[in-house]
Design a protein around this ligand. Structure first.
Ligand SMILES: [Fe+2]
Ligand SMILES: [Fe+2]
Length: 330
């Protein structure tokens, strides 16, 4: 029939016009395809992977009652959700709005803007879910939620670097920073909750989040390549020299350290002892070019064409990292 043919043709046309990313989003994004996330408190499991909470390796903490150790894990999960909410709202969604609405020196295409809308929807949904989980935990374990959270290392790093940059470069730096977060933190987050003793409802939530984040990886990888390629040289110069310091700052764990210190202070009611334990737990940690996540970051910077730039190379030299750059494949 003529009408059916026309409809079919229109649909085919519409599909052809949509970028592949948006087609994938349409059929696979969590908000459209996954059911509501409620915690089933009748099931067993921890709310945070015990092997990712370094406080639990301290002999003093090991002597605490099981109930207290479980509370530490719930507190850690609150912090994790709090950091996610902040990252998504204050940085990722801010950057998506910049790509869509700001007048920038990059010729973003319609498909960049259209896909940025899909990211905004996903990230607001992730924020909603994180809030929903926090509320359920609050209801189940009253009086346990932390009253204060230290600033995350990712947010701190962006604020610090922007203090050193002319205001003219701030929005583009935000875009580059978020592209780096979205292409490097993802893999970490996917494996983070893999431990077998994590509560099934939390695993389910994390898996759904990652269902979206693995798609975001593709978008932000392309966005970073495009942004760097079309950036005026003065922007590359000004921002490029800061990238190494930014990487070192955002991969730090000062925020977790401060949070764990506050937990210990409350539990031990002995500031000096708490500080001593924290210093001991974290004494080996240093952001160096040998840790796996740093290697991921360096790989991404190489793939998107940033590592070849003299300003970026000089920044890494300045922080004492000797980076050997593999040539990109054509
Ligand atoms: Fe997200
Ligand atoms: Fe994301």
């Amino acid at each position: 029939m003529v009408v059916d043919n026309l409809t079919e043709e229109k649909e085919r046309g519409a599909q052809f016009l949509l970028p592949q990313y948006v087609q994938k989003w349409d059929s696979r994004c969590s908000i459209r395809t996954r059911p509501q996330k409620l915690i089933d408190f009748s099931l067993e499991g921890y709310f945070f992977p015990p092997d990712k909470q370094p406080l639990l390796i301290s002999e003093t903490v090991q002597e605490f009652k099981q109930e207290v150790k479980e509370q530490i894990l719930i507190l850690s999960f609150f912090k994790y959700l709090h950091d996610i909410i902040n990252l998504e709202i204050a940085l990722i969604n801010k950057v998506c709005n910049d790509v869509i609405y700001e007048d920038l020196p990059i010729p973003f295409e319609e498909y960049h803007r259209l896909s940025a809308y899909t990211i905004l929807i996903d990230e607001y949904y992730h924020v909603y879910l994180a809030k929903l989980l926090m509320n359920q935990l609050n209801e189940q374990f009253s009086d346990i939620a932390p009253s204060d959270y230290p600033i995350s290392d990712s947010y701190f790093s962006v604020l610090e670097i922007k203090k050193e940059l002319d205001v003219k470069y701030h929005t583009i730096f935000d875009i580059i920073a978020v592209c780096i977060f979205e292409t490097t933190l993802v893999r970490e987050l996917v494996t983070f909750f893999n431990s077998s003793d994590v509560h099934p409802s939390i695993k389910y939530y994390v898996n759904d989040h990652m269902n979206d984040e693995s798609r975001h990886y593709g978008y932000f990888h392309d966005l970073l390549t495009f942004t760097w390629k079309h950036l005026p040289e003065d922007y590359r110069q000004a921002i490029g020299v800061k990238i190494a310091r930014f990487v070192k700052l955002y991969l730090n764990i000062n925020s977790d350290k401060a949070f764990n210190l506050s937990i210990l202070k409350t539990l031990l009611e002995d500031e000096e002892k708490a500080q001593h334990i924290i210093n001991d737990i974290y004494k080996e940690f240093e952001v160096s070019q040998d840790i796996p996540i740093v290697k991921n970051v360096l790989n991404v910077l190489t793939q998107v064409g940033m590592m070849e730039h003299a300003a970026i190379k000089s920044g890494f030299k300045e922080i004492g990292w000797n980076i050997c750059i593999k040539q990109r494949l054509p």
